[in-house]
Design a protein. Structure first.
Length: 348
């Protein structure tokens, strides 16, 4: 039963990727600051499948190179439109940060212009306003109006609905500054004396760096999709059943525990639960017996959902469920509790 669902999602990913690639190529042609997403199949790190009909796609930004981390100014006295404020804008949360154009040793002149820059800061909300306009124009110039619709949004986040042959998929398009070969100070990882992952994989992950996503008004969000991809890729090199556990857990979530187009628990949450469990149980023998390993994972998920608390894997002071609807979480927790009382493995 796992295969048909996986096939459907793969097909949707391929269709969405083709359309978004065409769209971003047009955007890139209109404005060199934005880069077209690559056409590298289902394992493209720019595409995250959060649920069967909910995708997140990062659109790389061009012309910012040589990033260096430094202590940036603490207080900002402006609105996103540039008007002065009497008191400061709030400080970023753990997973977020300010970004100054001066933090890059090389930057295109366009990043210094006022449509994206206020007093030296690159402001995500302004980048999103520019990007949204380009998305709207490019849908028309690519003749994609029958397939892609820009969805209304209360913030400047850019969401589109994409028609695939099977169904409609909602895609969040997020401009991203890719920062390779550098690891952020906020990600104090790996933690001391941990046996998983091995040192060699840790080094590979850190060499791939991180991204900064334009997902809020003032602050850029840290993202580790390349590092996470390496972790997922090497999960079962010892012949364990970690990936099988993850796939079955994802299908159970979609079919039984938390279905729907905008589930409160996404595949990203499940992946984080998996990483924490792999770290706690690093030995090969812990992942030999599927039912045992699977139940351990579901117990961890149940604990996180019940407590409304799931730590980010790399930036541990961040709760990934902080803004989730608590009654939705409680409903999922009760379904998980029912399963744990009588674990029926309807899947192979």
């Amino acid at each position: 039963q796992v295969e048909p669902r996986h096939y459907q999602v793969s097909k949707a990913v391929e269709e969405v990727q083709k359309i978004i690639q065409q769209l971003t190529a047009e955007i890139s042609y209109k404005a060199t600051r934005f880069q077209a997403i690559s056409n590298s199949g289902i394992h493209n790190e720019n595409i995250k499948v959060l649920a069967p009909s909910q995708f997140l796609i990062t659109v790389p930004l061009r012309g910012l190179a040589g990033y260096r981390e430094r202590q940036v100014r603490h207080w900002r006295y402006y609105t996103v439109h540039g008007a002065k404020l009497l008191s400061s804008v709030r400080d970023p949360e753990e997973l977020h940060q300010w970004l100054e154009v001066e933090q890059f040793s090389k930057s295109l002149q366009q990043w210094h212009e006022t449509d994206v820059n206020i007093e030296g800061d690159l402001v995500p909300a302004k980048v999103l306003i520019v990007f949204r306009e380009l998305v709207e124009k490019s849908i028309v110039s690519c003749n994609l109006s029958s397939k892609v619709t820009v969805l209304e949004s209360f913030s400047s986040v850019v969401r589109v609905a994409v028609e695939t042959s099977e169904s409609q998929v909602e895609v969040e398009l997020v401009p991203a500054v890719e920062i390779p070969t550098c690891w952020p100070e906020k990600a104090r990882w790996p933690r001391c004396l941990k046996r998983w992952p091995c040192q060699e994989i840790v080094q590979r992950m850190k060499l791939l760096g991180f991204d900064l996503l334009a997902r809020s008004s003032y602050h850029w969000q840290l993202c580790f999709s390349r590092a996470e991809h390496i972790l997922m890729e090497g999960l079962d090199e010892d012949g364990g059943c970690r990936l099988k556990c993850f796939r079955v857990m994802r299908q159970m979530k979609e079919d039984v525990w938390c279905a729907g187009n905008k589930p409160v628990i996404t595949a990203y949450h499940l992946q984080t639960v998996l990483f924490w469990t792999c770290e706690k149980y690093p030995r090969t023998k812990d992942w030999r017996c599927f039912p045992e390993a699977f139940l351990r994972l579901v117990q961890k998920l149940h604990k996180c959902v019940s407590q409304h608390f799931l730590k980010h894997y790399f930036v541990k002071n961040t709760n990934l469920l902080k803004y989730a609807n608590t009654s939705d979480l409680d409903l999922v927790a009760s379904k998980l509790a029912v399963f744990l009382e009588n674990p029926v493995f309807c899947l192979d």
